[in-house]
Design a binder for this molecule. Sequence first.
Ligand code: HSE
Length: 427
Amino acid sequence: MSKDVIIGFLGCGNVGSGAWRLLEGFGADIEHRAGLRFVIRKVLVRDLQKPRDIAFPAGVLTDNPDDVLNDPEIQIVAEFLGGEEPSYTLMRRALNAGKTVVTANKVAFALHWHELQKAAKRNGAGLYYEAAVCGAIPIIHSLEESLQANRIDKIFGIVNGTTNYILTRMSKNAEDYATVLRDAQRLGLAEPDPAADVEGLDAAYKLSILASLAFHGRVPFEDVYVEGITHVSAEDIRCGQELGYTLKLLAIAKRNGLNVETRVHPTFVRSDHPLANVSGSFNAVYLHGHACKEMMFLGRGAGDMPTASAIVSDLERAASSCMHRYPTFENEVNPKVSLRNNTDWQCPFYIRMLAKDEPGVLSRVAKCFADEQVSIAAVQQKGDCHNGRVTLVVITHRAGEKAMQRAITALDGDIATLESMIRVEEE
Ligand code: HSE
């Protein structure tokens, strides 16, 4: 005998429509596997008149959130509105009404996780967010449950498909950033306003959630250092390739005792690293735990059906759970036992300069590095002299971020100007 689970949707865009279609097409299988029959009672939309692909039964669509939040029979609310507001307010209202929330919203979740979790616990409701990070990849459930026996000291990966698509094309075809971005927008792979993706914010929200779970302590979004891909040049990608590196927008989190570094920026990885071969709009998360050792998850991080896969699995998990579980770390903005945000991380650096081609230049550049204890691993002078300058590429050994910043600030513009500085991930 199956159990009916009455649910409501807040929003029905791309992901919400995917969830509707997955429940419609695969509902019988879920009923057979889990003994649950999902009934979508209400779907909140912004515009009731908008033409839609789905033929919703009469009375299901509403533009009034109260129809979802005040219906006592709706047990689970699935949120697809995206963005901070009104999503956060509506999710909190649902939780305060004792309804379990399933969300795909990394922004509202990363910013208000502590308040949402408090409301959920107080009301005995569940809070599920697998779809908020990396679409179909089951990384949240894995961190919350399957990897509990691990002290995870690093977790990093490609968590934004739009930027990975752009960088993959730039790497494979030597195309420039603006051309590929325009093409990605035309193909619907990048948003008309691509800022959140290309400036790294989307990845930073996801990293804040992943790092908090992995390190068992709240890592606020505000602590994540963010640098996007808007300044990446085809020339750096080519120079990196010649040195055996592939450029990716990595979201990196590392823990050493209570010190935690979290950063999103263009990163060179060795071309034989598993992340280097993650192409197009795919996502991948690589981690290391003291017991499980290295592990990599690969899959689709966006799109209606891949994200719906995570949503519907969360619905099933929420509906079959006798007792909802919440992360057990102190989920507060200012916790008593705080992880310390380390902004002076260590890594090798790739530096590209335009330098005068005359005696003594190299030693003066090297002195700027040496004065800050930055050790040079390799130097290449590339191509012919243009306007009296040549391209000089330096790879350093591991150095501190702040020392590296001081060294490049100290460069004398008369002899060498900085063109780009890209961090290298060697692990
Ligand atoms: N815009 C994201 C991406 C998907 O390009 O990966 C949703 O988080």
